[in-house]
Design a protein around this ligand. Structure first.
Ligand code: SIN
Ligand code: FE2
Length: 220
């Protein structure tokens, strides 16, 4: 017989996750994606078989430490020409892999729980972090219409998410995001500066030394 500290919790976490306010229009939905994690990660693997991880180059010529790929109607790309959404993968000239049903359903559910009913993402940027990888403060503003929120799903190693204000200089909140946590920001927070602190090393049961983040947007 084993005595498990978590015996009295359902295996996939609470059925309706705690909603943690971050700012006006921004919340953390704790554990919302946990029950679907295996399916989501199998779908990431299927995407990677069609379109590989890559380190994009910033318009300023720096190589991003986060490895990225996209799925959906359009994908976010960065190169010497700037940032944009592109219907084709510049590495192979083909359309990005389709957005899996599991992704779409989670994004729509998360947005609705955060108060943004009817969210229909057309783009998902998939970010892969290794220990030491960080993402500097930025705004998501390459989308055409800021009325739709951003939905961001954390899988694997925990991270410290930096959630700032409308100005780059606003001191960001430091929010620990664990496997299965989902952040949604929209409305008055849609253009909030955000980023990820350097990833601490660790060993996650599903992802080992990696964190994978899915960021859903309505780009078009
Ligand atoms: C992003 O801003 O694109 C990613 C945020 C994250 O990895 O949590
Ligand atoms: Fe972002």
């Amino acid at each position: 017989m084993t005595f498990d500290l978590f015996d009295d919790l359902p295996p996939n976490g609470p059925a309706s996750p705690a909603i943690e306010p971050l700012a006006d229009g921004a919340v953390v939905l704790r554990g919302l994606a946990r029950a679907d994690a295996e399916v989501l990660l199998a779908d990431v693997q299927a995407i990677i078989a069609l379109a590989p991880w890559r380190h994009m180059i910033t318009p300023g010529g720096l190589t991003m430490s986060v490895a990225m790929v996209n799925c959906g109607t359009v994908g976010w790309v960065s190169d010497a020409r700037g940032y944009r959404y592109d219907p084709v993968d510049p590495l192979n000239g083909k359309p990005w892999p389709e957005m899996p049903a599991s992704f779409r359903k989670l994004a729509t559910t998360a947005a609705a729980q955060a108060g943004f009913a009817g969210f229909e993402p057309d783009a998902c940027l998939i970010n892969r972090y290794e220990p030491g990888t960080r993402l500097s403060l930025h705004q998501d503003r390459d989308e055409r219409d800021f009325s739709a929120p951003i939905v961001s799903v954390s899988l694997g190693l925990p991270a410290v998410f930096l959630f700032g204000g409308m100005r780059r200089a606003d001191r960001p909140q430091r929010v620990r995001l664990a496997h299965g946590d989902v952040v949604v920001w929209g409305g008055p927070s849609r253009l909030a500066f955000h980023g990820v602190a350097p990833l601490a090393d660790g060993d996650h049961p599903l992802l080992g030394r990696l964190r994978i983040n899915l960021t859903f947007r309505k780009a078009l």
